[in-house]
Ligand binder design. Structure first.
Ligand code: HEM
Length: 399
């Protein structure tokens, strides 16, 4: 039901598709998240993480500021380059139109999800939200379509000139954006995808890939800034991996940043960016003593699960040792599901981990953080993702 509210925006891209269409596209898109492809995005992650630390440099030792917009712009720049192969420079104050559209549409869809009356098209269509959403959707879809058309045209010209693949991606170090990967598959299949087919997948990755990761970073940095002993352990690990160097992060480093990964996972435990999943039960099932008939609309409350005392000692406490290997082994594998689980799990989770660890390790090599708010002051807010209503407001010092 909720997912259908996203269809005007995302069509039936991977997140909102079901049945045969979903399984065909999942097969097509899975190779785009292969390790060897993700590795090529490290340069984009590193470059944008460096811009982020430069952007906040002016706040060193001058008092508190809201870090969130900086994290948001950084993850938006990364996802645009990774998905569509274009630089929108949100971190340099550009891309305002795109950001306005994404924020505006998210707000309308959230309003709809939270008001039962708006579930009915006949009611929703008479609201001002519907009119705003339709206008913003048109602008957003035009932007994505134009980028796709441009890229198709560019590829056609290059093909006519018989340019080799490595030359085609020259300047991007042979790194193909997801859009190029989709167009490659399209070129090779019997029936080429339409612009509309491609647009819904591109918009899905844009949507799923930046908001989730910006709030994931925000919660993690917030908790680190409240827990000095955790921050000290992060510094120790960073010093052992990088020494005093500010060189770019490589794949080896990512594998060695084990404690940082536990810290990030713990942030996702306490504040999972996607706090609730919903599903419709297809056949009658028994769960414990309860019989759930086919057709029932169910919610999976990830946030409550992650804070259950049944699975976590001190469930409300930020404690990265919840992810020590021994602890993980003791726990039910589905007691921790920030990326969902099963065949419809998050296709981008490996990408997300790489990106977040690159940004966090670049940030904490440079700065020591203090978070000035308590959890209530952060005003956690369930919109399309679980985001801080305000903040995280932090003070930073150079290390
Ligand atoms: C911290 C970051 C992220 C979190 C917590 C997260 C979480 C999730 C969750 C819980 C789902 C299941 C949604 C549902 O079934 O209702 C999901 C699905 C999905 N995610 Fe992520 N995600 C993250 C990052 C990303 C990134 C970076 C991308 C793309 C680059 C991405 C792309 C997708 C897609 C396409 C789906 C739909 C998969 C399918 O149904 O086959 N996600 N994500």
């Amino acid at each position: 039901m909720w997912y259908s509210f996203l269809e005007a925006w995302l069509g039936t891209g991977l997140l909102t598709a079901s049945g045969e269409k979903w399984s065909v596209w999942r097969k097509i898109l899975t190779p785009a998240f292969h390790f060897s492809i993700l590795e090529k995005f490290l340069e984009v992650f590193n470059r944008n993480a460096s811009i982020l630390v430069q952007k906040v440099e002016s706040y060193v030792d001058v008092g508190e500021f809201n870090l969130y917009p900086y994290l948001y712009n950084c993850t938006l720049d990364i996802i645009c380059e990774a998905t569509m192969g274009v630089k929108i420079n949100a971190q340099n104050g550009e891309a305002q139109k795109y950001i306005e559209c994404v924020h505006g549409i998210s707000e309308c869809v959230t309003k709809r999800m939270l008001n039962f009356l708006y579930f009915f098209d006949i009611v929703y269509r008479f609201t001002s939200f519907y009119r705003t959403e339709s206008k913003l959707l048109k602008d957003l879809h035009d932007m994505s379509r134009n980028i796709i058309r441009e890229r198709v045209k560019e590829r056609k010209t290059l093909n006519e000139k018989n340019v080799s693949e490595s030359e085609m991606y020259e300047g991007r170090k042979e790194r193909k954006a997801f859009l190029d990967i989709l167009l490659d598959v399209s070129d090779k299949s019997e029936k080429a995808f339409s612009i509309a087919d491609i647009r819904e997948q591109v918009d899905t990755f844009m949507f799923e890939g930046h908001d989730t990761t910006s709030v994931g970073l925000a919660w993690t940095i917030y908790f680190v800034g409240r827990n000095p002993h955790v921050q000290e352990k992060i510094f120790e690990e960073l010093d052992s991996v990088f020494g005093s160097s500010d060189r770019p992060v490589n794949m080896n480093d990512l594998a060695n940043l084990k404690y940082l990964e536990c810290v990030f996972r713990e942030g996702l435990r306490l504040f999972p960016p996607v706090p609730v999943l919903s599903r419709v039960i297809e056949e009658d099932i028994m769960i414990g003593d309860y019989e759930i008939p086919a057709g029932t609309f169910v919610f999976i409350n990830i946030m409550s699960l992650h804070r259950s005392p049944k699975y976590y000692a001190n469930p409300d406490k930020f404690d990265p040792s919840h992810f020590d290997l021994d602890e993980v082994k003791k726990r039910h594998p589905f007691a921790y599901i920030p990326f969902s689980a099963g065949s419809r799990n998050c296709i981008g989770q490996r990408y997300a981990l790489m990106k977040e660890k690159t940004i966090l390790s670049t940030f904490f090599r440079k700065y020591k953080v203090e978070s000035v708010q308590n959890e209530e002051e952060l005003q956690p807010n369930v919109e399309l993702v679980l985001r801080p209503g305000r903040g995280p407001v932090v003070k930073i010092q150079r290390r």
